[in-house]
Design a binder for this molecule. Structure first.
Ligand code: FAD
Ligand code: EPU
Length: 343
């Protein structure tokens, strides 16, 4: 086996967008598929104390991670097949998602425009089925290539078997810590069809006098809308939306609507309703407030932000206070989208 570089007592501050100053006992970056094979045959992960870390944009670390942080960093984007206008594009887990989206548009491989400018890496895109502005990763993922951590076996998992749902997949559920994703294959299209289903996006295009956007214009407009309400991790630490938007049945929605006529909700094809958690949090008076060194973003109440060197414990305290308050007010228990990684 080749020697992998193992960094000891490694600072994770630059490896999580919340900017939490945590440390890991060990840190290993994987730069090629061979290094995945080397790591899994080395026995280093056999004690089960490991965490797979992509770009760290959906995680909250405690001060110390007593185990091995594995960071997939393998790059590479290639067209591996074409059927008519369909393009099958493979990307390494360590590709930066936003750059990958940009490069696909430059190559004339379309379908990712609405998912422009989401932080993080390609390898994490199937994990919570990233979504934004009317599109989800599941709409474009064809296959996920990964290794079984227990025995090193390679698996190519079809999208249909990944259990994709709203901010969810088997990788976040029953397969958690079972697979490490090495590459993702996307099914894109050489013909561009804009998806303008998200109201805030179509309004932003109209404000720019664009009725038939090019793929680049669409992605740029998505990025501008995002900029107007989400903090840029380079300036303000966060994990994006901290909570998921809760889904309720029609009866519960009707009761809420009767009590709060201006409640914001979106009907789903299932007949259920997705409630805007940001509206509920704002309504409880949290928007712009702080608790110690962590706060609720003033432009988007769903986003918790690092005010000045906050700890993971402070983030948890604020999240719990918000969950309790929203539950008392609305009878709805919010689920965290962000993942707490404890020591
Ligand atoms: P990490 O945060 O490092 O990890 C997330 C999870 O994936 C962890 O459980 C980790 O163990 C697992 N994981 C990561 N890589 C692998 C791998 N190779 N193999 C197996 N498991 C792996 N999300 C959205 O869906 N839509 C948005 O619009 C959005 N906007 C955001 C805006 C901001 C400002 C921020 C900070 C975050 C936002 N997010 C959004 C959340 C985040 O960007 C996504 O969840 C992203 O996919 C996380 O990627 P990552 O590489 O940073 O993963
Ligand atoms: N709203 C408020 N107050 C707020 C925030 C939102 O009243 O402070 C209401 C407004 O009525 C607004 C509505 O909620 O119109 C929806 O807000 P927004 O369009 O900002 O979307 P969101 O539901 O808050 C979700 C995703 C985002 C994604 C956007 C766009 C979740 C948990 N979040 O946010 O994803 O970018 O839609 O599709 O589903 C993420 O997952 O990290 C993330 C940023």
């Amino acid at each position: 086996m080749k020697e992998l570089e193992v960094y000891k007592d490694f600072s994770l501050k630059g490896y999580n967008t919340f900017g939490i100053d945590a440390r890991a006992d060990r840190f290993i970056a994987l730069r090629s598929t061979d290094e995945y094979v080397d790591l899994l045959s080395s026995g280093v992960l056999d004690d089960g104390r490991f965490f797979i870390l992509g770009g760290g944009s959906n995680v909250v670390f405690s001060d110390k991670y007593q185990g091995t942080v594995v960071h997939p960093a393998n790059k590479g984007v290639s067209l591996i097949g074409q059927e008519g206008s369909r393009c099958f594009v493979e990307a390494g887990a360590g590709e930066v998602w936003a750059d990958f989206v940009d490069s696909c548009i430059s190559q004339g491989w379309y379908g990712l425009e609405n998912l422009a400018a989401i932080p993080g890496c390609v390898g994490a895109s199937p994990v919570q089925n990233v979504g934004a502005y009317g599109k989800e990763a599941k709409d474009v993922i064809w296959r996920v290539d990964c290794f079984d951590i227990a025995n090193g076996a390679e698996h190519w998992i079809d999208a249909a078997d990944c259990g994709f749902d709203y901010r969810w997949s088997n990788f976040k559920g029953e397969w958690k810590n079972r697979f490490i994703i090495d590459r993702v294959v996307f099914r894109l299209d050489s013909a561009f069809t804009p998806n303008l289903s998200y109201k805030a996006l179509s309004e932003a295009l109209a404000a720019r006098n664009i009725s038939q956007p090019t793929a680049r214009q669409l992605a740029d407009t998505v990025a501008a809308v995002r900029d107007s309400k989400l903090p840029n991790p380079q300036d303000i630490g966060s994990a994006g939306s901290f909570f998921k938007n809760p889904i309720v049945g029609k009866t519960q929605f009707d009761e809420l609507k009767a009590k709060y006529p201006d409640i914001v909700a979106f009907p789903l094809p299932t007949g259920d309703f997705k409630l805007a958690a940001g509206w509920m949090i704002e309504r409880c008076g949290w928007k712009g407030r702080s608790m110690g060194r962590v706060g609720v973003y003033e432009k988007q109440a769903l986003v918790l932000v690092n005010r000045n060197g906050c700890s993971g414990q402070e983030v948890r305290r604020l999240a719990n206070a918000i969950i309790a308050n929203v539950e008392t007010h609305f009878g709805i228990r919010l689920d965290c989208e962000a993942i707490f990684v404890d020591g």
